[in-house]
Write a protein that binds this ligand. Structure first.
Ligand SMILES: Nc1ncnc2c1ncn2[C@@H]1O[C@H](COP(=O)(O)OP(=O)(O)OP(=O)(O)O)[C@@H](O)[C@H]1O
Length: 506
């Protein structure tokens, strides 16, 4: 039998082809190359050197990434430095035998599957190994093909365990994906860029003020990428105390610091094979930036307190509401990291620059059968929304709690929106609105000059309500009817004015 393999420069097999008839290729027959299964990161441990050498050679020919160790001590030193998916331990070795080695692996909390090689009639020792956490055993002598089959099963199990861990972590941190609402020219440009950057696996940097939807855009990129079915994991650097950021991103070993009661994988490991979204990357401590650079450059990382290097493949999407170029200038952000994460960049416009999108978002956010009266809508359109979409969501939520009859009016909007909108209540052209009468218990009110920057819409509403109340001789039912609002709303307004009065007096 003759096997012909095509090798990659990193010594992995791209494809192989086997000729059963002693290597003779009839002139009419072509070579049929088969692609190997995904390579296993494999460690073989056996003190019988000839057997170990032939196993390593065979597995390499099959395209796996193999390391061999002739003793338990050599195996432990490899396990501390590199990450493997599967290890094969010979049971009988001088010095540290297979069971002792398994015990050490367990104590070190290594995340790999172990297959045992046992001699004939030593099933009991195999059972002890399984009790210690080994996943399978193979009785010697066995064919190398058979050993590879057991290793492939073990690798599948390792991947399932890893996926299970990832899913648990993702489910516990996930938020449902949000549609990206907006048809303004500025948002159409954003959508065009999302479509462009999504299919590559390059890092993306999203810049924009707080609340503009950077996370929504990051998810939209992931959903349109080849990694849509893989993990999407998020972390906000600003939301975590500085010492925790490292352990969240890179994981830690039990005992690495006070409070590290068990081994914990970092978010890079959880996102392995998928996308990691780092929000507020500008807040990443300077001391951690080289570690992030390293994982972006070659996929390698070490958990806090651990010497062993692990490998991950993660697409990074980062977001910032700071101007990162300025942070680089100020020496707060490493230039090399900035260029690494800024391969593709996307700038999200603030809501005030998205023509027509406030109305679209309002329509999207209003609960079914709710409406917004014209004055309230005008105020919301004119407002400059410093907190962007997040603030708009909060204002609508608050208004739906305060409003009556499923209609949001000016009364239900917070004073900053009324003040900042510059809305002129009632649209009167008279320059002043001077209340003609006040209820007996009200202190005299000053005249309000329409258009004056000192007068808020709230002030005008208050003056008008109190004036109508006075004209109706304090009769609240009549006043509510005249004002065209529900009586409960009038009570709430009056309560609010009273509160304002008492705080003003204090
Ligand atoms: N275009 C949009 N369409 C629908 N919802 C949006 C849109 N943009 C933002 N949102 C919503 O606004 C809220 C804030 O969005 P997000 O968290 O993505 O903002 P951000 O820019 O990442 O904010 P921060 O910088 O504070 O982290 C979320 O509830 C999000 O669903």
């Amino acid at each position: 039998m003759l096997t012909i393999s095509l090798w990659n420069s990193d010594r992995t097999v791209i494809a192989h082809c086997t000729l059963d008839n002693g290597g003779y290729l009839p002139p009419t027959q072509g070579l049929l190359f088969k692609m190997p299964t995904t390579p296993i990161r494999l460690l073989l441990v056996d003190d019988e050197e000839d057997y170990l050498r032939s196993c390593v050679k065979y597995m390499q020919r099959k395209g796996h990434q193999v390391q061999g160790a002739a003793s338990g001590a050599e195996a432990m030193s490899l396990l501390e430095q590199q990450s493997f998916e599967v290890a094969v331990f010979d049971m009988n070795m001088p010095g540290m035998n297979g069971l002792e080695l398994m015990q050490r692996v367990r104590e070190a909390g290594l995340d790999l599957e172990v297959v045992f090689l046992t001699g004939q009639g030593s099933v009991e020792t195999a059972v002890s190994a399984m009790k210690l956490g080994a996943c399978d055993y193979v009785t010697k002598p066995c064919s190398l093909g058979d050993l590879e089959h057991h290793c492939l099963l073990a690798r599948d199990r390792n991947q399932l365990r890893k996926e299970n861990k990832q899913l648990k972590a993702i489910v516990s941190r996930s938020r449902p994906a949000q549609p990206l609402i907006g048809e303004s020219p500025a948002m159409k440009e954003v959508v065009r860029l999302i479509e462009k950057v999504a299919p590559t696996s390059k890092p993306v940097l999203i810049e924009g003020e707080s609340g503009t939807g950077k996370e929504v855009v990051a998810r939209a990129i992931q959903q349109r990428s080849a990694l849509a079915d893989h993990p999407f994991v998020t972390i906000n650097c600003a939301a975590l105390p500085e010492p925790l950021v490292e352990s969240e991103l890179f994981g830690h070993l039990k005992g690495a610091f006070t409070g590290a009661t068990s081994d914990k994988p970092g978010l890079f490991e959880i996102a392995d094979g998928g996308t990691l979204f780092i929000d507020e990357i500008g807040e990443l401590p300077l001391g951690l930036q080289p570690k992030l650079l390293r994982v972006l450059e070659d996929g390698s990382l070490r958990r806090v307190g651990c010497h062993r290097e692990r490998r991950v493949k993660v697409r990074l999407i980062a977001a910032t509401n700071r101007h990162l170029a300025d942070e680089v200038q100020a020496g707060r952000f490493r230039e090399d990291l900035y260029y690494r994460i800024n391969v593709l960049s996307l700038s999200l416009p603030p809501l005030r620059h998205r023509e027509g999108d406030v109305q679209r978002l309002i329509q999207h956010l209003l609960p079914p059968h709710w409406s917004l009266d014209a004055n309230a809508e005008a105020a919301m359109i004119q407002y400059h929304w410093p907190g962007n979409v997040r603030q708009l969501i909060n204002v609508i939520e608050r208004a739906t709690i305060l409003a009556d009859d499923q209609e949001i009016t000016l009364d239900d909007l917070p004073s900053e929106v009324l003040a900042g909108s510059g809305q002129q209540y009632g649209g009167a052209s008279t320059p002043t609105a001077t209340p003609t009468a006040t209820p007996a218990d009200e202190p005299p009110r000053s005249s309000l000059v329409l258009g004056s920057p000192d007068v808020t819409v709230d002030d005008l509403v208050k003056a008008h309500v109190l004036e109508v109340l006075a004209k109706q001789d304090g009769n609240k039912a009549k006043t509510a009817r005249k004002l065209g609002i529900h009586r409960r709303k009038l009570y709430r307004l009056l309560e609010r004015y009273e509160q304002n009065l008492s705080t003003e007096v204090v």
